[in-house]
Design a protein. Structure first.
Length: 149
């Protein structure tokens, strides 16, 4: 079920993938908060998060799209050296920053596409551990590993 779900997500457009992550976060938020390690892991992503905070909303969105599309940019390379759980923590923190107004918000009245709704429903059918596995694999594959050839 996990690999099939990952393929489903990867068939989505970039914006649909971002929207999906957002809805996954808002629906899982309460359950992942206690599990998510705060400061320790996030410190490793702090430089990257600070760079993003200083960007305009348009640039923040572009940087997130670049991560999903694995475009080779300085942000994608800084992201690429993080561990998989730190990548999860990074996305978690980005969502928090969106809520706090430091990162570009979802457009008002945003209506997710049918593909997003269907994929979200598939993810919700998985148990919690499998959901984390799907999310970890998705974020692990984003960005660019600067050490890969
Ligand atoms: O204008 O370390 C659109 C554990 C449309 C424990 C848009 C864990 C156009 C160990 C593209 C929609 C494994 C539990 C705009 C950690 C448009 C550990 C914008 C787990 C503006 C860390 C879209 C942690 C945007 C977990 C901006 C499970 C979308 C963490 C942004 C999970 C979406 C984190 C974002 C998740 C989504 C974070 C930022 C699911 C973030 C999701």
């Amino acid at each position: 079920a996990v690999p099939a779900t990952i393929s489903l997500v990867k068939r989505l457009s970039t914006d649909d993938q971002l929207a999906l992550l957002w809805y996954a976060y808002t629906e899982m938020g309460r359950s992942i908060t206690p599990a998510a390690p705060g400061a320790a892991r996030l410190q490793l992503a702090e430089g990257l998060l600070n760079s993003l905070k200083q960007m305009s909303h348009a640039q923040q969105l572009e940087a997130m799209r670049d991560l999903v599309e694995r475009k080779n940019t300085p942000i994608s390379r800084s992201y690429g050296i993080l561990s998989n759980n730190t990548k999860l923590a990074f996305w978690y923190e980005l969502s928090e920053l969106m809520v706090q107004g430091f990162v570009v918000p979802m457009p008002t009245g945003y209506q997710p596409s049918r593909d997003v709704n269907e994929t979200l429903a598939t993810i919700k059918q998985l148990d919690f551990g499998q959901q984390i596995t799907v999310l970890r694999k998705l974020v692990a594959d984003m960005g660019v590993d600067p050490l890969a050839d």
